[in-house]
Write a protein that binds this ligand. Sequence first.
Ligand code: ZN
Ligand code: ZN
Length: 241
Amino acid sequence: MTEVCRGVYYIPGQDEFIPDSHVYVIGIPDSGDLSIIDAGLMGKGKYKMEAIRKLRIPIEGIRRIIMTHTHLDHIGCLKEIMEQVPSAELWVHEVEAEPLEKGDERGVYGMDMFRTMCMSQYNLKPGAFKFEVTRKLKGGELLEIGGMEWEVLHIPGHSAGSVALYQSEQKVLVPGDTVYADYAIGRFDLHGADGSALRRSLMRLAELDVDFLLPGHNRIVKGVKQDYIRDTAEQWAPYLQ
Ligand SMILES: [Zn+2]
Ligand SMILES: [Zn+2]
């Protein structure tokens, strides 16, 4: 785990035949008000919590887990992490929070074929991803957390309730699976996905001044080129109708 910039820590995912999402920890450690962003794939909670411990970040200071969205590769080990930080709250965008509370797992698996494959591969039972959500995000919130200010943006497209977190002071963007390094974007064929919404969300992110791009997968970028997100959005626009 590395400190990307002040109060922003990065724990790389460990992909298997399905990807494992990266985890970010945000907040100034002394604040005692830290947040974990995303969890990862089943079985990947242990090494991520060990990475947090190794950095001497106080586990009891972890107050919440914020999900960029609830796909399996992000929520798979949420229970493992919550067991280690039982007092942590769970914050999810309202559009994905409601199915999560009802145990509607279509948005977690994304498609039937994937559900069948993963349930047998990981021995998952129906209802494995039913969670109470403490705070339902709407987008537009300005969060004062961990001694820092983070803006929540609702960026549907890759999934219906995707959110990005943005910190203007250090120009840090955590966009989930909406935009990656190397002009890649998130897939838009799963349950709740919407190509034209994704195009609008990318254009919205393109308005932000971004130095650090911290996506859910693949490499992270420090020193993002000006107009990188706009160029990415424009390259993909013909496919995002
Ligand atoms: Zn995703
Ligand atoms: Zn993902």
